[in-house]
Design a protein around this ligand. Structure first.
Ligand code: UN1
Length: 487
């Protein structure tokens, strides 16, 4: 995929790769080797967004009329192409976003599973028949697409998240404006290329590259855009929703997390420590389902913390294409500064620093945006360290007296995406399942991830609107019509 690195990445509008109306480009850097520029991306304006919406609007009638199983066939071909291109896609993902190759391969596989699942729904876009209270009356429901929809996606899963938004949107019969994060345009373009090569008609999927509020405003303010599916920060999500609500545009928000793992005294501590380490340091902590708090009952606190500290030593940071490297860099300099500022704030707060990876000591790590595993212990559950999303490989250990106080601490945050408990007691597990304020709960399983066929999303400040993935994705990307027939 070196060819794509030298050619500027363009917008894809109405079936053609085109430069933005600004004529400007932005540099795309390898975060593991920050002097390496891997691409130039066209920097779009609100005018480019309007052109993309024009194209999507023009293509809608015909795409809506295409039978859903045929729409599914095209989308399934895109999954087949992703599978064929798996290794190239994964390498590109590592070079552009930084996650290690094994994680990139897993992300591509997850994208494929999601696209396949959505494709198969083309044959299952069923409605229901409902008995009427009146004689000689037949009532049925059908699912209809919404029209032009927008998919606004983040840099941390630049292949899987676009895939799991775009695929159900298309199968449901919508035409799409795809606005990927400006840090990962090469991955975005390759996702689009898979759909294009699968035979999607012109104008059905359009991509606009770039950054800035004027682009999102061009999406939220255009009456032709009927729904917006967004993944990113809570601050941006809130703004999008506020703007779109004015004109009653449907919105789905997938935002941050501050996910806790509760560790009880009857837990398999080895497994619990492994889970917290993987949850906190995997993907360099740059995922909304990352584990950022371990709430541990005091009787096992010391043993657990020791195990976690040992595990942290095995998370060697470096270039994700090199063997033996378990943790890639932070995605860019701005994020790096934010993560370091949070670590510094944590140190000033009085929490105990068990391992400080803020400024790596290894010389070779100065070539990129690296932070190493960082662990705080004795953290006050109300401290910023335990409240704010960090999006880096940083975990806070919070002591608790018992299940009740552990749940209270775990729930005492604004976010509510994912959580987990380690215990071997069924009563404890079910009490946790009843009381944990999160959208995705886990018993003896890390806080991470989600399967293609399962709804994905959070509560409180983490999520708003219909869930993503699974059949839930189709609730968002379609609407029900009811037909009463008197005979
Ligand atoms: C995962 O953690 O495996 O932006 C998926 C995010 C989430 C998706 C994460 N919306 O990190």
């Amino acid at each position: 995929m070196t060819a794509t690195a030298t050619i500027p990445v363009l917008n894809y509008i109405g079936g053609a790769w085109v430069s933005s109306s600004s004529g400007q480009t932005t540099e795309d850097r390898n975060p593991a080797q920050s002097d390496e520029i891997i691409g130039q991306a066209t920097a779009s304006t609100a005018e480019d967004v309007r052109r993309a919406i024009d194209a999507a609007d023009a293509a809608y009638r015909e795409w809506r009329a295409t039978p859903p199983p045929q729409r599914g066939d095209i989308v399934r071909k895109a999954a087949d192409l992703m599978e064929r291109r798996r290794d190239d896609l994964a390498r590109l993902l590592t070079q552009e976003e930084g996650k290690v190759l094994a994680e990139s391969l897993a992300e591509v596989d997850r994208a494929i599973a999601n696209v396949r699942f959505a494709a198969a729904q083309g044959t299952r876009l069923t409605g229901e028949t409902i008995p009427s209270a009146q004689r000689r009356t037949f009532i049925y429901t059908v699912r209809e697409p919404l029209g032009v929809v927008a998919c606004v996606t983040p840099w941390n899963f630049p292949i899987a998240i676009p895939a799991w938004k775009i695929a159900p949107a298309l199968v449901a019969g919508n035409t799409v404006i795809f606005k990927p994060a400006s840090l990962t345009p090469l991955c975005a373009a390759q996702v689009v290329q898979c759909f294009v090569d699968a035979g999607l008609p012109n104008g059905v999927l359009n991509m606009v590259l770039g950054a800035g509020e004027s682009l999102s405003r061009a999406i939220t303010s255009d009456d032709r855009v009927k729904a917006i599916s967004f993944t990113g920060s809570s601050a941006v999500g809130r703004r999008l929703y506020t703007q779109a609500a004015e004109r009653l545009c449907k919105v789905q928000l997938e935002m941050g997390g501050k996910n806790a793992v509760i560790v009880m005294d009857d837990a398999d501590l080895e497994k619990a420590a492994e889970s917290v380490a993987t949850g906190a340091f995997g993907a360099t902590g740059q995922r909304c389902t990352a584990t950022s708090r371990a709430v541990v009952v005091r009787s096992v606190l010391e043993e657990f913390t020791g195990l976690l500290a040992d595990k942290a030593e095995t998370w060697r940071a470096g270039n994700g294409l090199e063997t033996g490297v378990r943790m890639g860099p932070i995605v860019d300099e701005t994020q790096l500064r934010k993560v370091r500022a949070k670590i510094d704030e944590g140190k000033r707060s009085g929490a105990k620093v068990l391992r400080d990876g803020g400024i790596p000591s290894r010389r070779d790590l100065r070539a990129g945006y690296f932070v190493e595993p960082t662990i705080f212990s004795d953290v006050d559950p109300r401290a910023p360290l335990a409240q704010e999303e960090i999006f880096g490989p940083v975990v806070s250990v919070i002591p608790a007296d018992d299940l009740g106080s552990a749940l209270a601490a775990a729930n005492a945050v604004g976010y509510g995406l994912s959580s987990s408990i380690y215990t071997n007691d069924l009563r404890t597990a079910f009490r946790y399942a009843e009381e944990s304020q999160a959208g995705m709960l886990h018993v003896n399983i890390p806080t991470l991830g989600g399967e293609a066929q399962v709804p994905f999303g959070g509560v409180k400040d983490s999520g708003f609107g219909d869930r993503e993935c699974g059949t839930a994705a189709f609730d968002f990307f379609s609407e029900q019509r009811v037909v009463y027939v008197g005979y």
